[in-house]
Design a protein around this ligand. Structure first.
Ligand code: 13P
Length: 249
């Protein structure tokens, strides 16, 4: 089945208003009717509104980098799914390894955030991935499928979820997973979703790879049968690099 590739740029904690708008304009200018991939940009919260104005009506989507699990309340410092939708976001990244590592986002919390995103009409880009120690201990699939179960088991709206496989050891390190190794994990993710939710949902599920994706390694990764796009960090901060990845899709 033909799944439309999704290329998402996670700008992390980079780029103020001016830099965000400049970068978004450059991406929009490089995406045209011949672009097959769906493209999504995830700026810092404070730049969402400005980037929304750039991408509106262009087909390029907008994502938050995180979301709170409740829609409103006494949660100082948090941003909710309805507020992301209100500013024009279509997607939200949930359970990124940096959130898991530095901000206490465990499986239970990630699940609640996925549900909040769906409730708010956003597409959650839900992240899974093993650390180097876990990979070396042969626990990659245990870890990844455990995280996936927490996200996907008995989830109403699972057909709208995007999964991102990001091996923690490949993030920001320049150490990209071999395309065949990544494909093995992607196939295992799809098989597990097939067991949880059936063929139609598994076949339609988009599974992104993330971790040191660049213009020159994107084609090999995206050429794999079960790799349906990329969640790009560092290379998404450079319009030419990011557009090269978009073209590879
Ligand atoms: P890099 O592309 O910088 O390795 O980051 C990957 C990532 O964490 C995207 O969410």
């Amino acid at each position: 089945m033909a799944r439309r590739p999704l290329i998402a740029g996670n700008w992390k904690l980079h780029n103020g208003l001016e830099a965000s708008v400049t970068l978004a304009r450059a991406v929009v200018a490089g995406v045209d009717a011949g672009t097959r991939a769906e493209v999504v940009l995830a700026p810092v919260f404070t730049a969402l509104s400005s980037v929304a104005a750039v991408v509106r009506g262009t087909g390029v989507g907008l994502a938050g980098q995180d979301v709170h699990w409740d829609d409103k309340g006494a949660f100082t410092g948090e941003v909710s799914a309805p507020l992301l939708a209100d500013v024009g976001a279509s997607h939200v990244i949930v359970g990124h390894s940096e959130r898991r590592q530095f901000f206490g986002d465990d499986d239970a919390r990630v699940r609640r955030k996925v549900e909040a995103a769906l409730r708010g009409g956003l597409v959650p880009i839900a992240c899974v991935g093993e650390t180097l120690g876990e990979r070396e201990a042969g626990k990659t699939l245990d870890v990844v499928l455990g995280q996936l179960d927490a996200i996907a088991k008995d989830l109403v709206g699972i057909e709208r979820v995007v999964i991102a496989y990001e091996p923690v050891w490949a993030i920001g390190t320049g150490r990209v997973a071999k395309a065949e190794d990544a494909e093995d994990v992607h196939r295992a993710i799809r098989d597990r979703v097939r067991a949880l939710a059936g063929d139609a949902i598994a076949d339609g599920l988009r599974i992104l790879y993330g971790g040191s994706v660049k213009g020159d390694n994107a084609a090999a990764l995206l050429g794999q049968a079960d790799i349906d796009g990329a969640l790009v960090g560092g290379a998404s901060l450079d319009a030419a690099q990011f557009l090269a990845i978009i073209r590879a899709a």
